[in-house]
Design a binder for this molecule. Sequence first.
Ligand SMILES: Cc1cc2nc3c(=O)[nH]c(=O)nc-3n(C[C@H](O)[C@H](O)[C@H](O)COP(=O)(O)O)c2cc1C
Length: 218
Amino acid sequence: MEPARLNVREALENRRACRSFLGSPLPPGLLDDFVDRARRTPSAGNAQGVEFLVLEGSEQTAAYWEVTLPERDRDVFPWPGLLLAPALVVIYADADRYLERYSEPDKSAAGLGGSDEDWPIPYWFIDAAFAALALQLLVVGEDLGCCFFGLFGRERAVADRFGAPERQRAIGVVAIGYPAPEDQRASASTGRGRRDLDEVLHRGRWSIPDVSPPEDHR
Ligand SMILES: Cc1cc2nc3c(=O)[nH]c(=O)nc-3n(C[C@H](O)[C@H](O)[C@H](O)COP(=O)(O)O)c2cc1C
C-alpha cells in the first residue's frame, strides 16, 4: 500500500466523528489492510484478545441495521446518513484469552487467571479500545470518515445475527466510508468544545484549577 495520506499528528487533528456517508464502496482489500494494522496495538501479556467482525457492502451492513435499528425507529433517527456507510467493523474483546494467558507460569503470580472479576481494570476492553482507535486513525489517515458508536442494548442481537460466541464482548462499532459533502457530523456531544489543556494535564502532581473565592469572601 501507498503511505498514508496523513501522518498520525494530522490524523489526530482532523479526526471528528462522521455520521453521514456516501454509499460508495471502499477499495477492495482496504479493510483487511486496516484490520491487519489495527490488530498490532499493544495488549496485556500480548494476549491479543481483540477480534473484528467486518461487515462490508450493503447486504451485510443492512443486516446490522436490521437488528439494531428497527424500521419503525428510522424516521426519528438523527443520522440517516450513517446507515449508508459501506463498512461497519464491530470490535470484540475476548476475556478468556486474558484468563488463559494470565494462568501461564510467567503471569500466574498476578492472580488474574481465575475470573473476570479478579481484574481491577478489565484489560480486554482497554486493548479493544486501543485497536478501535488505531482503526479510526488509519481510516482518517486515508482521508476517509469514521464514527465509533456503541451497541447499547443490541449486543446480544448482533451476536445472534452474526454468530459471535457468547463470551465475546462487542465494545463498539466503527462505521467507515467516504464522508457525504453535507456531512452531518454533529451530535449534541460534538458542541461541547474541548477541555483546556491545563485542566487535564497534571505536571508533576495532580493540580486542581484555582477555584478559590474572591478576596472579600474569604
Ligand atoms: C465510547 C464511545 C461511544 C460513543 N458512542 C456514540 C454513539 O452511540 N453515537 C454517536 O453518534 N457517537 C458516539 N460516539 C462518538 C462521540 O459522540 C464523539 O466522539 C464525541 O462527541 C466527540 O466528537 P468527535 O469524535 O467529533 O471529536 C462515541 C464515542 C465513544 C468514544
